[in-house]
Design a protein around this ligand. Structure first.
Ligand code: NDP
Ligand code: 8X3
Length: 250
């Protein structure tokens, strides 16, 4: 039977690449993000392969998140796979110089946003005793690095929530997987450095970073195992990266 996947942060990077690979495998898609034009464009493209609907919301708005998920068209109401992917780093500063506004964004989007979306979708999964939740963490949620402080804390929280979901949802037959990428070349660094494209480019210069499609392939692999197989936790680095700070650059 055709499965339906709900992907947050589908307008770029890992989320978009995941939508593309899911569409190839005929998985029906609910694509979410704030940039409506991008959502509409992706819906147009992927509708050639599968059924697609879009939800235009900011994950920080708990009322809108709940309302929009509750009011999905009938044919998209049953969600089999939730990909909790929306998130970003905002800034890269010492704890003493960091901006409170950036901290709020990271905690509100990466942690609370993930919770709001999950809260709106988990009840239908527990009712059915069926479902798959994939949480996109980060190697930043496994190992802190200088100036990473609040972004790392937000991803440590995602790691903890991933493990907690595994425990709490175990008796409901729901699979939960955490995927923790190292450096992936997406719009991530443009957002972190607030549009300073030169600085953003330098993050991925001198080595081959992971590409969004590499992570999307892994996500598809994880969700396409037989139901009794749950890959609980995966850390994925580019070959050139040995830790948060050790990168074999040319
Ligand atoms: P991108 O910046 O390319 O994509 C981020 C996505 O998140 C966009 O689709 C964006 O959509 C969405 N998003 C951000 N803020 C909000 C919000 N407030 N409400 C709704 N959607 C939001 O980065 P990546 O693809 O790299 O990032 C995806 C995930 O992967 C993130 O959780 C990130 O932390 C994680 N990650 C990234 C790594 C990397 O090196 N790139 C490594 C490890 C983990 P829109 O702006 O349209 O709302
Ligand atoms: C993104 C990877 O190393 O920039 O989560 O934090 S890193």
């Amino acid at each position: 039977m055709t499965k339906t996947a709900f992907i947050t942060g589908a307008t770029s990077g890992i989320g978009k690449a995941t939508a593309e690979i899911f569409a190839k495998h005929n998985i029906r898609l609910i694509l979410c993000g704030r940039r409506l034009e991008r959502l509409e464009q992706l819906q147009k493209e992927l509708s050639k392969q599968t059924e697609v609907t879009i939800l235009h919301f900011d994950v920080r708005d708990k009322y809108d998140v709940a309302h929009q998920i509750q009011n999905l068209p009938n044919e998209f109401k049953k969600i089999d796979i939730l990909i909790n992917n929306a998130g970003n780093a905002h800034g890269l500063s010492t704890i003493q110089k960091g901006s409170i506004d950036d901290w709020d964004k990271m905690i509100d989007i990466n942690v609370k946003g993930l919770l709001y979306v999950s809260k709106a979708i988990i009840p239908q999964m527990t009712k059915r005793n069926d479902g798959f939740i994939v949480n996109i963490g980060s190697t930043a949620g496994k190992e802190v690095y200088p100036n990473g402080n609040v972004y790392c804390a937000s991803k440590f929280a995602v790691n903890a929530l991933n493990k907690s979901m595994r425990l709490d949802l175990n008796k409901y037959n729901i699979r939960v997987a955490g995927i923790h990428p190292g450096l992936v070349e997406t719009e991530f660094s443009d957002v972190r450095f607030k549009g300073d494209t030169e600085k953003a480019k330098s993050v991925y210069a001198g080595y081959k970073a992971l590409q969004a499609a590499d992570i999307a392939d892994i996500i598809y692999f994880v969700i396409s195992r037989p139901y009794h197989v749950n890959i609980e936790d995966l850390v994925v680095y580019p070959t050139a990266q040995a830790s948060a700070t050790i990168i074999n650059k040319e």
